[in-house]
Design a binder for this molecule. Structure first.
Ligand code: GLN
Length: 238
C-alpha cells in the first residue's frame, strides 16, 4: 500500500454470501473511517478477474455447490494466490477458509482441490457443527477472546505451515479433534466464525486493518460493539 488508503476486495458475492459475512466488509470500512483512513470496496463477482491491487481480500461462507464452483473459478483465475504471494491480507470464513487450503470435502465428501494458500486440509465431518463458538486467540496475535456462530459439516486439520487461530472454549471449531478454531499464516487468516466475525470481534477487525496499513491504529470507542460481544459471551459461558 503506497499511502493510508485501503482497497478491500469482497470475493464472489454471487457465490459466497449466504451467511451474512459481507458484514465484515462494512466493519472494516467503518473502523478504518473512524481512524480517518479512506477505503474503497470492490464487490467482485465470480465472472470477473480478481483485482491484483487489493490490500484486503475477504471471503465468506457458502453452500457446498457454490463453494465448489467458487474454488474452481478462483483456481483458474490465480489472482488470489498471487495476492497471497505479494503479502496482501486475506480473511476468509468457513467455505472461504476451506477454499484457501489444499483441499476440502464436496457435497458427497469427494475431495475438491483448494488454492493451497493456507496449509490446511478439510474433509467432511461426521456431524454438522451448528451453534455458538468461543475461543482464546493465539497469544502472538494479541486479540481478545473470540466469539462467533458456526454452521459447517467440514472438518479442518492444520499442517506445519500454519498455526491455529484460537483454542476452543465452547463449540466445535475446526472439528478435527484438535480443539482448535481457524488458522493463520503470515497475513492470511481463516475461521469458521460467522456472526459476522468482525462485528462480534472488533479486535480481529483491527488486527486485519493493522496488517493492511502496516502500523498500529489508535483505539476507538468500542462500547456499542462491546455490548454485543459481551451479550454473546455471557450467553455461552454462563
Ligand atoms: N459447505 C461448507 C461446510 O458445510 C461450508 C459451510 C459454510 O460456509 N457455513 O463445511
Amino acid at each position: 500500500m503506497s499511502s493510508d488508503r485501503i482497497k478491500i476486495v469482497w470475493i464472489y458475492p454471487d457465490l459466497l454470501s449466504t451467511y451474512g459475512d459481507q458484514g465484515n466488509t462494512i466493519v472494516l470500512e467503518r473502523r478504518a473511517a473512524l481512524r480517518g483512513i479512506p477505503t474503497e470496496t470492490v464487490n467482485m463477482r465470480s465472472d470477473e478477474p480478481v483485482p491484483q491491487d487489493g490490500d484486503i481480500y475477504l471471503l465468506g461462507g457458502g453452500e457446498d455447490r457454490p463453494q465448489i464452483l467458487a474454488a474452481q473459478r478462483l483456481r483458474n483465475d490465480g489472482g488470489l494466490q498471487y495476492a497471497a504471494q505479494r503479502g496482501a491480507v486475506i480473511f476468509a470464513v468457513c467455505a472461504g477458509f476451506q477454499i484457501l487450503g489444499h483441499e476440502f470435502g464436496g457435497e458427497e465428501g469427494q475431495p475438491v482441490p483448494g488454492l493451497g494458500i493456507l496449509d490446511i486440509h478439510s474433509g467432511r465431518g461426521q456431524t454438522r457443527a451448528v451453534g455458538e463458538v468461543v475461543g482464546d486467540v493465539s497469544a502472538e496475535l494479541n486479540v481478545p477472546r473470540i466469539t462467533g456462530f458456526e454452521n459447517h459439516q467440514g472438518a479442518t486439520s492444520i499442517g506445519p505451515g500454519a498455526k491455529p487461530l484460537a483454542k476452543v472454549i465452547s463449540g466445535i471449531g475446526n472439528g478435527d479433534g484438535s480443539g482448535f478454531e481457524g488458522a493463520y499464516a503470515g497475513r492470511v487468516l481463516g475461521t469458521y466464525m460467522h456472526g459476522p466475525a468482525l462485528v462480534r470481534n472488533p479486535g480481529l477487525a483491527d488486527l486485519i486493518l493493522t496488517w493492511a496499513v502496516g502500523r498500529q491504529l489508535p483505539p476507538i470507542d468500542d462500547s456499542w460493539a462491546g455490548r454485543l460481544r459481551e451479550e454473546r459471551l455471557n450467553a455461552v459461558l454462563t
